[in-house]
Design a protein around this ligand. Structure first.
Ligand SMILES: Nc1ncnc2c1ncn2[C@@H]1O[C@H](COP(=O)(O)OP(=O)(O)OP(=O)(O)O)[C@@H](O)[C@H]1O
Length: 648
């Protein structure tokens, strides 16, 4: 069947409406598809060339078919693209095409990779101070333009920032892409509460405030600034609860008492109390870490101050994009550094008694154990290589694999480290093994786990994170299925409330609920009691200690092996697998019930809440479960959770 296309007139003049679409020829007549360069929740992106010229473009083909042509105008992405004027830090759109079964194609300028791929390609080698500044400045200029045009993006994350190296320089051209969630500032709230990717989700979104606006983009930019400088995410939460906990650990809790216990935290935010009460959760009371103390020079100056400004709990006090560009970080004179400055962090001294232990926040640790057999390019310049290869007519790029100089004769060639399962290998850069993020939480959890083992050995009950007996916490807001799961778990359990301000006996949490494993009559109880039976008697302490030592060693291969063997013979292996599948939303997918991929994070959060074990010990629980199935047990970046792309 011959497919016809409709296309808009040139997008050079923005502000046109889709009524002007024109019927034209088939897409194959216009473009030659070279290869796939990206795959997101809503669209797959291909590198292509126009047949009538050598022009290189990227074509994003939306996965969901339109029912009728006019539906295209209702898509957020199209709506915002049609209304945004051109800007050098916003990806430029050339044309929109709709073919006959009403599939929408967005033809746009092609950039070599996204910021996440660029960060990965650094293989642990930090960008220079000036490069970080340049990248962030372009991001803020782009955000400023979006906001000035009356929109906010709502899904700022490294994957949605496109980057191309500038020829003959170590600078990058940076452009914001993916307006699939963009919303008009002056549209009336309430807005969808569940938007944006978790790691970059602002506190107001995490706490389900339905009246949010541009500051969500500023907060996300703050998270990205940290990531560009340190090459690792600042808050890699495994679910929404874990996300909030990680934020509290670094920014301190948003109440006055906690903020007064340290310096340079995320400030106070009165609204948090109301929102948490409505959600039925209690935030842990943690003192802030002083971001300035985390970094070494020159990062501990204007850069750390900028982070403190951007990552504020209260959205109303976060600076707008224009003010961000006026911050010292951008206005200071160029920092002359011969070599890229490593973002080294040092151990922070005790801030207050409220913090049981303040961990060493060392970025160095996570890089030392990883062998990296891939090389990107001997010269380090990628742009020219890409275009050279491209123009020679090579349609696919093979990753180069080089023998290490240090390799001894006769030893085996190191094998490439497998790439993360949720991310296709980048065609341009080597994809590095997913490096286990290291935040203070890991260490805290270790301490918590050990102390909990000790605690449980005497009390024979498990602490439950953050939920009150009256509420189902964050999970309560989720879909019917999750409410059922929650009810099952709550009904079956006898919840007993006890408060313990003594964080030394049950570390990390101020208000803790206990739930007896013996009274839980569901799968999660079986799972949990079998999994943690070890922790409540003497022998299991050594298991926890072994695990702790392994984690300390940062030898993830050994740790993973140990985790696997510790699960061996577990009669609940099937339940475990099912549990993981359901938290990944796979069961629903298999049944075709999860078409629009709604609320995976909440689903996960909810199921984790009902299973409790992963909540209490994310490292212990989730990593083991995931490794059993052969998938990385890390919080994944792939969960961009949105309910709908159409304008409601
Ligand atoms: N213009 C472009 N040039 C090069 N690569 C691109 C371009 N646009 C998108 N990509 C690549 O494709 C990936 C997916 O694109 P995009 O984020 O627009 O899709 P999506 O379905 O909206 O994703 P998400 O799951 O974040 O909603 C990006 O992360 C990027 O790597």
């Amino acid at each position: 069947m011959k497919k016809y296309l409709w296309r808009t007139p040139s997008m050079a003049n923005h502000g046109r409406s889709l009524k002007e679409v024109m019927k034209c020829t088939t897409i194959d007549d216009v473009f030659s598809i070279v290869q796939k360069v990206g795959d997101g929740t809503f669209g797959s992106v291909h590198l292509a060339t126009r047949k009538d010229s050598t022009k290189v473009v990227a074509i994003k083909s939306m996965k969901k078919k339109l029912v009728k042509i006019s539906d295209a105008a209702r898509l957020r992405e199209v709506h915002s693209l049609l209304h945004l004027s051109e800007h050098e830090n916003i990806v430029n759109i050339f044309d929109l095409y709709i073919d006959q079964p009403f599939c929408l194609h967005i033809v746009m300028e092609f950039l070599e990779c996204n910021l996440f791929q660029l960060i990965n390609s650094r293989r642990g080698k930090p960008f220079s101070y000036n490069t970080v500044r340049d990248i962030m400045s372009q991001i803020f200029q782009g955000i400023g333009h979006i906001h000035a045009n009356g929109f906010f993006h709502r899904d700022m994350k490294p994957e949605n920032i496109l980057v191309s190296p500038v020829e003959n320089s170590d600078a990058y051209k940076v452009k914001i892409a993916d307006f699939g969630l963009a919303r008009e500032i002056h549209s009336s709230p309430p807005y969808t509460e569940y938007v944006s990717t978790r790691w970059y989700r602002a506190p107001e979104l995490l706490l389900r405030d339905s009246c949010y606006s541009c500051p969500v983009d500023i907060y996300a930019a703050g998270c990205m600034a940290f990531e560009v400088a340190t090459l690792q995410p600042i808050f890699p939460g495994m679910d929404d609860v874990d996300q909030l906990y990680k934020i509290c650990e670094i920014l301190g809790s948003p109440d006055e008492e906690s903020q007064n216990m340290g310096f340079g935290g995320g400030g106070t935010w009165k609204q948090a109390e109301k929102l948490t009460r409505e959600l039925g959760i209690i935030l842990p009371r943690l003192a802030p870490l002083n971001l300035r103390e985390l970094f070494s020079s020159p990062w501990n100056g204007a850069f750390a101050s900028m982070l403190t400004e951007l990552l504020q709990w209260n959205p109303d006090v976060r600076p707008n994009a224009r003010k961000c560009l006026e911050l010292d970080f951008f206005s200071a004179e160029e920092v002359k550094v011969e070599k890229p400055t490593e973002v080294k962090t040092k151990q922070v001294g005790k801030v207050s008694e409220a913090q049981v232990s303040i961990p060493t926040y060392s970025f160095q640790n996570i890089f030392t154990k990883v062998t990296l057999p891939y090389v990107a390019d001997k010269t380090g310049t990628r742009s020219s290589k890409l275009y050279q290869k491209f123009h020679k007519g090579i349609t696919g790029f093979k990753r180069t694999f080089q023998k290490s100089n240090k390799q001894k004769k006769g030893t085996k060639t190191p094998q490439p480290i497998s790439t993360p399962v949720d991310r296709p290998p980048s065609p341009f850069f080597p994809v590095l093994p997913q490096i286990r993020p290291s935040t203070p939480l890991n260490l805290k959890l270790r301490n918590y786990m050990l102390s909990s083992a000790e605690y449980n050995a005497t009390n024979k009950s498990m602490p439950m994170f953050m939920e009150t007996s009256q509420s189902a916490g964050l999970s309560q807001l989720n879909d019917k299925e999750n409410r059922q799961i929650r009810r099952k778990s709550t009904d079956a359990s006898s919840l007993k409330h006890f408060t313990s301000g003594a964080r030394k006996s049950v570390p990390s949490y101020s208000d803790v609920e206990t739930i007896s494993p013996t009274t839980l009559n569901d799968k999660s109880a079986t799972l949990r009691s079998s999994k943690f039976s070890g922790l409540s008697n003497g022998s299991s302490r050594s298991t926890a200690q072994t695990y702790s030592v392994l984690l300390d060693s940062a030898d993830w291969e050994q740790t993973s092996l140990w985790e696997k063997s510790s699960l061996k013979g577990n009669s609940d292996a099937q339940v475990t697998k099912r549990s993981l599948k359901s938290f990944k939303g796979e069961e629903a997918d298999e049944k075709g019930e999860n078409d629009s991929k709604p609320d995976l994070g909440l689903r996960k959060s909810s199921i984790l809440s009902s299973n409790i074990l992963e909540h209490d010990f994310p490292d212990f629980g989730v990593t083991s479960l995931a490794d059993t199935l052969g998938v990385p047990g890390l919080p994944t970046r792939s969960d961009s959770h949105v309910t709908s792309q159409t304008i409601s």
